[in-house]
Design a protein around this ligand. Sequence first.
Ligand SMILES: *Cc1c(COP(=O)(O)O)cnc(C)c1O
Length: 441
Amino acid sequence: MAGSERAVPGPGSRAWNDRARRVIPGGVDSPVRAYRAVGGEPVVIARGSGARVVDVDGNEYLDFVMSWGPLVLGHAHPAVVAAVREAAGRGLTFGAPCPAEAELAERVVAAYPGLEQVRFVSSGTEATMSAVRLARGATGRDLVVKFSGCYHGHADHLLVAAGSGLATFGHPSSAGVPEAFASRTAVLPLDDETAVRDLFAARGGEIAAVIVEPVPANHGLLPQRREFLAALREETSRHGALLVFDEVITGFRLGPGGAAQRLGIVPDLATFGKVIGGGMPVGAFGGRRDLMRHLAPEGPVYQAGTLSGNPVAMAAGLATLAVLEREDGWSRLEALGRALEDRLRPVLAATDPPARLVRVGSLFWLDLGGKDRAPRRAEEIPGSVSGRYAGIFRRLLARGVMLAPSALEVGFLSLAHDEADLERLAEALAGALDEPGVQKR
Ligand SMILES: *Cc1c(COP(=O)(O)O)cnc(C)c1O
């Protein structure tokens, strides 16, 4: 099928999109799936296996979205599917403790630096929302600091955008978020320790927590200088605030100890999602026992969930981590990432303006900004990347290669991808860049 082109989406996808749009806003349950950033309408997926998905028209795609991160082993990995079947056969949910919760918690605690206890929730959004509440409850302070370009899910206090000032308070990035909530969140630029130190000098005693994606991967891929993250550790410790690493993407993907282990920086609290649930709805947040004991029923910070620690979801997470450990998954993912970089570098360098692959482990991003170094802040990515990316995205899709439908979203490798898949991506990309509308040198 390589090289052949087809019209996507096909009639089957179009029909399902029509039906869905009548009863679901925009036809989707998460906005980026609607393809607004790349034009057209989404292909509707019927099934997936390994590194491939098949749409309802029978078109197969080599997938680099991988459900936006959870599928570190690929689609429908046999060990995960077997674990889910077995758990489902014993009952879907009990609303009472089950062994798998303690087992997965033990693994997470053993793997992640500084973590002594963890609590499971059902999404990354819940994890960060709960971690922020815990940080506020434990410190008795209100202010939360986040960084422009970092995404922490859609809880009110974290759905806040930077304004034009250096440290801005109170700009909800969604309708329906009260100014009063947003005013309790400060937004700073990434890569700027001075802004952090200035804010702590002015208001350090009011700050409950600094939350950051240690490898920001939701607005392009913006690897940070270690000194910047170390400054966050230093300032929070000095002022009695908590450092929260949002490892929803990076946790158990960059390694068993996530970005914290890679960087050698231990946060006070960490949040997880995506990989930890192996494709089922799971999130988690954790930290030292002296912080976690503030949570109900031991302490006054309330947090709960009917389906939290769900036995089927826990089984998927456990099976996923077991395969990663058994198959030396993390070093294989790193090797795959390196191989991708080797293959794509010459292809991207040949375009004008030159494009670049930004990669951390098995996360990658096409930097189309044409600048002489990879961006470290959201503000360094020019708006022009969107149009350029849309054309590339559509040509790749027509060639059977699926990237994320937005210039600002990262790609994901899994253990199901092999060298031939990487070669296929490189070839398809070379072809897509060659076509009219995408300048090549
Ligand atoms: C995906 C993501 C979230 C939100 O997780 P959901 O499961 O989509 O609610 C939070 N933080 C980061 C860093 C993420 O990538």
